[in-house]
Design a protein around this ligand. Structure first.
Ligand code: NAD
Length: 482
């Protein structure tokens, strides 16, 4: 049975309101393309109201600013309990709106509960320093919340994205306006209701659904927004940095795309490496920014590995997200499906060897077969551009030195991985690869304690870990005459 749609309006100042324009937009189920709800479409006027509410809630005398940090932590902990209470419903709604296979969605939501608890525990651990200055003054620093934040989300893992940004900003004491992706507006509204139930005061968290050029740009140009945290494409990330510079020099955290390399050495344990390499690019039907979409396999095991990789891809069951036996669901929408099919076509045209998959499945919904290309070379489009779909590109290399240079020959730098039983290989690769996270004999391992983000054009700043928390604060130095 389809999950109930409880909320479709904007959430401003802890009230459910229609868009000032009265406009709404349709949201879909990617399994069959059917409309599942009409959602209020926020624009500049609504963003102005939401930012004004967040600004009031950030006033130095407000309930939120007067609140002890430990109380903020308690509210976050309470929120984690409410998410845990409603995890089944949240996972079902996520799956319904973005096509994540239900079994995986359950895991994502229960993992997210831990992440909320991590930030709940961080809230009262933000401290300044005392500074040995020149003897004439007593110097110390205060870490203060940066202000009103705009949190702009993508559609691929909406609940995780909402929670990692919102909980960090709340732990630091900020107020915020969240703009979910237009493809997946629903779960953010449920989470906003749970935050209010947990005791977050009015105006602290506001959710304005809408489109990038409307609600999105209104937020990034708003002079009362002090910081933008954005996860999405590199192209939009660049626009956001420009908008921040052209308005009031907002602080900017950007989590962008990737073209992550995964290296399989001759000495790797193939029983471990093959399924990890498959999962690294097929998980969530390839719609993950850290997808290992350049798989470099050393020449001594290349043929054997390719054969096993094809078997793995063919074993993945793609189908209805609500079917407990499905491992992969549909792509988010028709546009993304066609984009991925276009990349597959370019792989064929440019001379890569298509070993399995390559086609849409059926005519209803946006399903694509897990696809494996061998004989991929560095100059091919599928080896250079982010595909964001279930396409594994296998390249051959001879030496680790060569693999590191080729792994680094990209403007992206989000994630990287290596499978090897030789410690020196692992250490050399981890030291020299240009990536924000390096996995050794594993891949896609996350924990809220681990900073996550990109080198180069994969982003600016980090999410998760203490680094991300401090990025929602300003440092104030106080020097008092002795
Ligand atoms: P997108 O950039 O198209 O959209 C992301 C969000 O930005 C949406 O909410 C959209 O409405 C908004 N937006 C669009 N134009 C805007 C503008 N001009 N100003 C302000 N906001 C605007 O990305 P997407 O298609 O939703 O997500 C896919 C991309 O996200 C991929 O490139 C993927 O790699 C990246 N991603 C990165 C991470 C990470 O943590 N690094 C995680 C998930 C996804």
């Amino acid at each position: 049975m389809a999950p109930e749609i409880k909320y479709t309006k904007l959430f401003i100042d802890n009230e459910w309101v229609d868009a000032k324009s009265g406009k709404t937009f349709e949201t879909y189920n990617p399994h069959d393309g059917s409309v599942i709800a009409r959602v209020a479409e926020g624009d500049k006027e609504d963003v102005d109201l939401a930012v004004a509410a967040a600004k009031r809630a950030f006033h130095r005398n407000s309930e939120w600013r007067q609140m002890d940090a430990s109380k903020r932590g308690e509210i976050l902990y309470k929120f984690s309990q409410l998410v845990e209470r409603d995890q089944k419903y949240l996972a079902e709604l996520e799956s319904y709106n973005n096509g994540t296979v239900l079994n995986i969605a359950y895991g994502i939501v229960s993992g997210a509960v831990n992440s909320i608890r991590y930030f709940a525990a961080c809230a009262d651990k933000i401290t300044g320093e005392t500074i040995p200055a020149d003897g004439e003054v007593f110097s110390y620093t205060l870490r203060q919340p940066v202000g009103v934040c705009a949190l702009i989300l993508p559609w691929n893992v909406p609940i995780s994205m909402f929670l990692s940004k919102v909980c960090t900003a709340l732990a630091a004491g900020c107020t915020m306006v969240v703009k979910p992706a237009e493809q997946t507006p629903l779960t953010a509204l449920v989470l906003a209701a749970l935050l209010a139930e947990a005791g977050v005061p009015k105006g602290v968290v506001n959710v304005v659904n809408g489109f990038g050029p409307g609600a999105g740009t209104s937020l990034t140009h708003h002079s009362d927004v002090a910081k933008v945290s954005f996860t999405g494409s590199r192209e939009v990330g660049k626009l956001i940095q420009q908008a921040s510079g052209n308005s009031n020099l907002k602080r900017v955290t950007l989590e962008l795309g990737g073209k992550s390399p995964l290296i399989i050495m001759n000495d790797a344990d193939l029983d471990v490496a093959v399924p990890y390499a498959g999962n690294s690019v097929f998980f969530l039907q390839g719609q993950i920014c850290i997808a290992a979409s350049r798989l470099f396999v050393q020449s001594g095991i290349y043929d054997k590995f390719v054969e096993a990789a094809v078997k793995y891809a063919q074993s993945i069951k793609v189908g209805d997200p609500t079917d407990p036996t499905s491992q992969n669901g549909p792509q988010i929408d028709k546009e993304m499906m066609n984009k991925v099919l276009g990349y597959i076509e370019s792989g064929k045209q440019e001379g890569a060897k298509l070993l399995c998959g390559g086609n849409r499945i059926g005519t209803s919904g946006y399903y694509i077969q897990p696809t494996v290309f061998a004989n991929v070379t560095d100059d091919m489009t599928i080896a250079k551009e982010e595909i964001f779909g279930p396409v594994q590109n296998i390249l051959k290399f001879d030496t680790l030195d060569e693999a590191i240079d080729r792994a680094n020959a990209t403007n992206y730098g989000l994630a990287a991985g290596i499978f090897t039983t030789n410690l020196n290989n692992a250490l050399q690769f981890s030291k020299h690869v240009e990536a924000g996270i390096v996995w050794v004999n594993t891949y896609l391992h996350f924990a809220p304690q681990q900073p996550f983000g990109g080198f180069k054009q994969s982003g600016i700043g980090r999410e998760n870990g203490l680094d991300s928390l401090l990025a929602y604060t300003e440092v104030k130095t106080v020097a008092t005459a002795l």
